[in-house]
Design a protein around this ligand. Structure first.
Ligand SMILES: Cc1ncc(COP(=O)(O)O)c(C=O)c1O
Length: 384
């Protein structure tokens, strides 16, 4: 079996696992306890926080550990929405049409149950939110703007610095979901100019079930998980010490090895994109040709059922994805396919191929050798 779904998740790096292990058994204390066991656990969480802060170029007390990228998105959006409404009555939230469900569903709930108004920002055909679109929509009533750093389904990278600058000039809070971007792009929050940024460790060879929300000092935020005073009162619950240690170690290694990892995957990705577009009739690249994550290739095939294509690929020994993993099983084109303006007969046939440290040139060769035949079969079965 060949794994080509690194945007869905990555295996835990052996070095990360080694760093985590002592905190399951030997150093098992609760970081809030006063005694030495507690102190040891607290020291591990503090060290992890400092490592993450160094890489994000921020203060350690601006790093909030959470249980996943989705929770970070929830905390940022709910927390800022409630806080801004309390502060100045703002009820308007701007977000792109191509966001992950962790953002869109949170916003839909705020609209349904809390009276917020959401303005969905159009993306261009490459799935990008342009600064002009944000400029036009932003106003004094805006409580928050949320635009993802890089798209999970189509790999397009958004102009986050420019969007952040527009928000800053109008003194409007700006959140970015950087869950997909973290494996390959700079996370320097001063350079990016963001107020809040969500991350999840399992996209960069860390464990599942641990995330971070960066919160710029002074950003008003109402916690949504209430209880103890952990994480500066912004996220209650005894910290998951081994996973937090794993998060920091995975991010440290990613930061150190980012360039070599990108240099490994990018030519393989380019080979996939070039060959697919050349050899498969009625195929299109989704997302931007150049401004995209270096490990990410995504396509649509006209008249193909994406889920059937995945099943056939799985049977042939290849693990890929159609849109985001959360969409699998849904017979409608994803919101992202709709947002980039694809007609249904194209949008239903999406395929995402994402590479990683374990991908070899031979893997790519054997994938490309079988893909055209499998797409053809999927097309025939769909029409049969
Ligand atoms: C862009 C984006 N945001 C958020 C998430 C959710 O992250 P997690 O699985 O850590 O909750 C994902 C995961 O696929 C993602 O791709």
């Amino acid at each position: 079996m060949i794994y080509l779904d690194y945007s869905a998740t990555t295996p835990v790096d052996a070095r990360v696992l080694d760093a985590m292990k002592p905190y399951f058994s030997d150093s098992f204390g609760n970081p809030s306890s006063v005694h030495r066991y507690g102190q040891q656990a607290e020291a591990a969480v503090d060290a992890a926080r400092e490592t993450v802060a160094r890489i994000l170029n921020c203060r350690p007390d601006e790093i909030i550990f959470t249980s996943c990228g989705s929770e970070s998105d929830n905390l940022a959006i709910r927390g800022a929405a409630y806080a801004m409404r309390e502060k100045n009555g703002a009820r308007w939230i701007l977000a792109s049409r191509a966001e992950h469900p962790a953002v869109t569903k949170t916003l839909l709930q705020l609209e349904k149950y809390d009276g917020f108004q959401i303005e969905w920002l159009d993306v261009n055909e490459q799935g990008m939110v342009t600064p002009e679109v944000v400029s036009r929509a932003i106003c004094e009533e805006t409580a928050l703007v949320s635009v993802m750093y890089a798209n999970n389904e189509i790999g397009t990278i958004n102009p986050i610095r420019d969007i952040a600058e527009i928000c800053r000039a109008r003194q409007i809070l700006f959140h970015t979901d950087a869950v997909q971007a973290a494996a390959y792009l700079s996370l320097d929050v001063q350079e990016l100019g963001v107020d809040m940024m969500s991350l999840g460790a399992h996209k960069f060879y860390g464990p599942k079930g641990v995330g971070v929300l960066y919160v710029r000092k002074g950003t008003p935020l109402v916690p949504h998980l209430t209880g103890g005073g952990q994480e500066f009162g912004l996220r209650a619950g005894t910290q998951n010490v081994p996973y937090i240690v794993g998060f920091a170690e995975a991010l440290r290694l990613t930061h150190e090895e980012r360039e070599q990892r990108a240099a490994h995957v990018q030519p393989l990705r380019d080979k996939i994109i070039g060959t697919v577009l050349e050899t498969i009739p009625n195929s299109r690249l989704t997302g931007d040709m150049n401004i995209r994550l270096p490990h990410h290739a995504s396509f649509v095939f006209k008249g193909v059922d994406g889920n059937l294509l995945l099943t056939l690929l799985d049977a042939a020994g290849f693990a890929c994805s159609s849109g985001s993993a959360c969409k699998t099983g849904n017979p409608e084109p994803s919101e992202v396919m709709n947002a980039i303006g694809l007609e249904r007969e194209w949008g239903l046939g999406s395929l995402r191929v994402t590479l990683g440290m374990g991908t070899t040139a031979e893997d790519v060769e054997s994938f490309l050798a079988v893909l055209p035949g499998i797409v053809e079969r999927a097309r025939l079965l769909n029409h049969g």
